[in-house]
Design a protein around this ligand. Sequence first.
Ligand code: NAD
Length: 460
Amino acid sequence: MSAAVSEIVARQRSFFAGASTRALSGRIAALKALRRLLVSEEAAFLDALKQDLGKPPAESWLGEIGFVLGEIDRALKSLPSWTRPERARTPLLLLPARSRVVPEPKGVVLIVGPWNYPLQLLLAPLVGALAAGNCAVLKPSELAAATSRALSSAVGRHFDPRLVAVVEGGAETVSALLEESFDHVFFTGSARVGRIVMASAAKTLAPVTLEMGGKNPAIVDRDVDLAVASRRIAWAKFFNAGQTCVAPDYLLVPPARKPGLIEGLREAIGEFYGEDPRLSPDYARIVSDAHFSRLASLLREGRIVVGGATDRSARYIAPTVVEGVAADGRIMAEEIFGPILPVLECDSLEESIAFVNARPRPLALYYFSRDRGRQERVVRETSSGGVCLNDAIVHILNPDLPFGGGGASGMGSYHGKASFEAFTHRKSVMARSLRWDFRRRYPPYRTPLAVLKRLSRRLS
Ligand code: NAD
């Protein structure tokens, strides 16, 4: 394994040294190849995603293929401006000179993905890596095995492996890869594995981007239209059967509004998936038996008020709402990452903010209220990777908003220009003239210190 991995990385490294990936034309060609891959393999990917997660085609399109196509188109359009060196000012003291910042590719990068959006979470970072002029090794999740195979075969047909290569496998494959010296490691997955990846990357001093998860709160205040809020929350929560890193993990609501919110959620679930969501073509399945068992055991915490049906053989768990969970129970300690939505009561906004701030920093935070002042208060007094007011999940679709976490939910960000930046080194270049040589800068230093201080203050 490690000999094969070393060979792939060594070949990418010498290809990168040949500089063809750096040229704007090379980057455009690579992005167009990725576009062609997605379009021509669409049917195979839809089929693989169906096998792995029972993903409805609409969700595969919105959350995987269409999303990446959008990122590619954005990069193609913006590449000339992203790659243009930025002029920088030069202080008087250093004149005559010209200064600029030149974006240069980092080199050979590793992208490790999870199983829940197994295409998007490898290919959206790849858009940034290629736009920035890098070579990349992709490691798909072994838990989405059909998608991993489909991607490996598609990449093999559409890319020179010296530019983009897929290495399939599990934890031991990541370990073997991390023995190599990468110029950047982009990891999406759990905080547990994120720690392992960062520690391994430290051995070769590879910089890392970590995109991890957490428990995303959704706070529903007293002044909102509960029908709209419930629909938006239910859609965001039960999209991909809750297996979304930015899905609302739990709800905080004033006691008086709780019955209305639960009723709204029940209605929304019925509208979306019908009386028996098992029969709906628009509802996904749990990825593995182990995750099914984990979620089934969480169902035993609290009181089920909507849903609750399970079918182990189909890895089906109905869209479920629970109440009466203990704030210190297991369901409130670990990321749920499935279609179970606990509703907790909080008397006031202060209490909700304190509840959120007492826990690790979430990847996303949702707040529903019409009151601008209270919205701003939530933005100001809480910390999270991102915030969406009066909706959920959709903020990550805006390519002008960098996407990433903080603390336990991650480090670094991407999407749109931020993806380009994640894989780019901003190289400072100063071009001085040889014409004028200020001799006093050289030893022996004859300028009195007081004069030196005054001069440098004035000229810088
Ligand atoms: P995971 O951490 O178990 O696995 C992610 C990747 O790491 C996989 O490719 C896997 O093969 C590899 N891996 C697993 N164990 C390893 C080990 N011991 N050493 C080295 N590599 C190892 O995560 P997952 O279960 O695939 O995904 C779910 C997690 O990902 C959730 O926590 C979720 O919130 C998070 N996530 C975050 C985002 C985001 O954008 N921030 C998106 C999706 C998922």
